[in-house]
Design a binder for this molecule. Structure first.
Ligand SMILES: Cc1cc2nc3c(=O)[nH]c(=O)nc-3n(C[C@H](O)[C@H](O)[C@H](O)COP(=O)(O)OP(=O)(O)OC[C@H]3O[C@@H](n4cnc5c(N)ncnc54)[C@H](O)[C@@H]3O)c2cc1C
Length: 403
């Protein structure tokens, strides 16, 4: 392990977990990642290994069979996994968000029912806000849930887009408009509800009224399945409304996405670190004009910039995770970390690609995969513009003009 991206003040347990994950990444993920990615193949064996390591239950409280670890531990594990292959971190990220939402907002019955099975990875989570017509503007959601009959069941209709783990998951947290309650509660953010939709894994009609059409063919972030979801008179029992009451879905999802942002930042840190490693190795092997290219000052400057970005992004990500773990509001820090880490990741990957010269363009070299993976981080869990809107608003609150 190199000198960059170290984290001070970790407990012995945190260090032990990280070293286990790091050696799993080196032995089980890195040697096969590029080949599986090129074949767009689901990493079944790697997922089984993650289950054995207990990673699906890392942040789930011990009383539900998880390891009860902090957001920081989780984010540092995600950073290591993304260094190996970003798609694998995507497989656990939506699971983690749904488990977190259940832990924070679920009824006791929902926690007892889902969390023990989520801790082992038997139940696997996906979350679904985006629709074909919207991603950033969550308030414009048009999928609807309407109460039907005396039993209070809901009937859901609508189309969702971009579900990470849409095919492989067995539990999807779906955000729909419900428009219940008093007229003064009709504001978009007060009229949405999160439904816990259980389903079979796979594609086609996975439950009466629920279809997962197939995998979206993506530029990168392959291996992990990203899908649409179509609801046609899908019946969901009233006890599968997250938290037991309608109208809270917007806040629940935003809470989930906030910790998700720390995770996307961690993924950016992991991918950038791998790109740095590839770049600095290659620069010492490739010779031009009689010396290794690492001895040309232009390349050294590039490496210096890359290392500085890896270090800065890691520090911001760790700070955002620690703030949440301390029970403090971290929307500002999570927004900054997600924004900076994803932008720096893209830049560091591009720098490593340039260092590789023509070979960076060959599928034989790992940097080619990273080059197609990095852009996803600019979009997922809110684009750069959305992060800047959050950060800008919070700064204006903090630094209100007093004159
Ligand atoms: C691979 C992948 C996996 C995903 N997984 C999931 C998932 O699991 N669950 C889920 O719910 N969603 C998921 N998403 C969806 C993702 O969250 C959205 O794509 C993202 O929020 C952006 O939404 P959009 O694509 O509709 O872009 P739009 O919202 O249409 O934005 C288009 C452009 O306009 C900009 N823009 C929008 N509004 C403003 C504004 N007010 N001011 C300035 N600029 C603005 C955006 O920044 C962007 O550059 C995934 C997406 C991808 C690509």
């Amino acid at each position: 392990m190199g000198r960059l991206a170290q984290t001070e003040g970790l407990t012995e347990i945190q260090q032990e977990i990280l070293s286990t994950v790091r050696s799993f990444v080196d032995k089980e993920i890195l040697p096969v990642a590029t080949e599986l990615e090129h074949r767009d193949e689901y990493p079944t064996e790697i997922v089984e290994g993650l289950k054995e390591l207990g990673l699906f239950g890392l942040m789930i409280p011990e009383e539900y069979g998880g390891l009860g670890e902090s957001l920081l531990t989780y984010a540092l594990c995600v950073e290591e996994i993304a260094r190996g292959w970003m798609s694998v971190s995507g497989i656990i990220n939506t699971h983690f968000i749904v488990a977190y939402m259940l832990k924070q907002h679920g009824t006791q019955e929902q926690k007892d029912h889902f969390l023990p099975k989520m801790a082992t990875g038997e139940v696997r989570g996906a979350f679904s806000m985006s629709e074909p017509g919207l991603g950033s503007d969550v308030s414009a959601i048009s999928s609807k849930g309407v109460r039907d009959g005396d039993d209070g069941d809901f009937v859901l209709n609508g189309q969702k887009m971009w579900l990470t783990n849409g095919g492989s998951s067995t539990l999807v947290a779906v955000l729909c408009r419900t428009d219940e309650g008093h007229p003064e509660d009709a504001a978009p953010h007060k009229s949405m509800t999160t439904f816990l939709v259980e389903k079979e894994p796979g594609f086609g009609e996975v439950r009466p009224g629920l279809t997962i059409p197939g995998k979206i063919d993506k530029m990168g972030y392959k291996g992990v399945d990203t899908t649409e979801l179509i609801m046609q008179d899908l019946r969901v029992p009233a006890d599968r409304v997250l938290g037991g009451a309608t109208g809270r879905g917007f806040y629940q999802m935003m809470d989930g996405v906030e910790v998700g942002r720390v995770n996307v930042a961690a993924r950016g840190c992991g991918v950038a670190r791998r790109a740095f490693e590839l770049g600095i190795d290659y620069a010492q092997q490739r010779h031009t004009f009689g010396k290794p290219i690492a001895q040309h000052q232009a390349i050294q400057f590039r490496l210096a910039e890359m290392g500085t970005k890896v270090e800065a992004a890691h520090a911001l990500m760790v700070g955002a995770a620690r703030k949440k773990d301390a029970g403090q509001r971290n929307d500002l820090e999570a927004g900054m970390a997600k924004y900076l880490a994803s932008e720096y990741c893209k830049e560091v990957v591009e720098d490593a690609f340039r260092i590789h010269g023509g070979y960076g363009f060959s599928k034989e070299y790992e940097i080619e995969r990273l080059y197609r993976e990095a852009p996803m981080l600019l979009i997922g869990e809110g684009t750069a513009e959305i992060q800047k809107m959050i950060v800008g608003r919070r700064l204006l609150e903090e630094y209100r003009f007093q004159g």
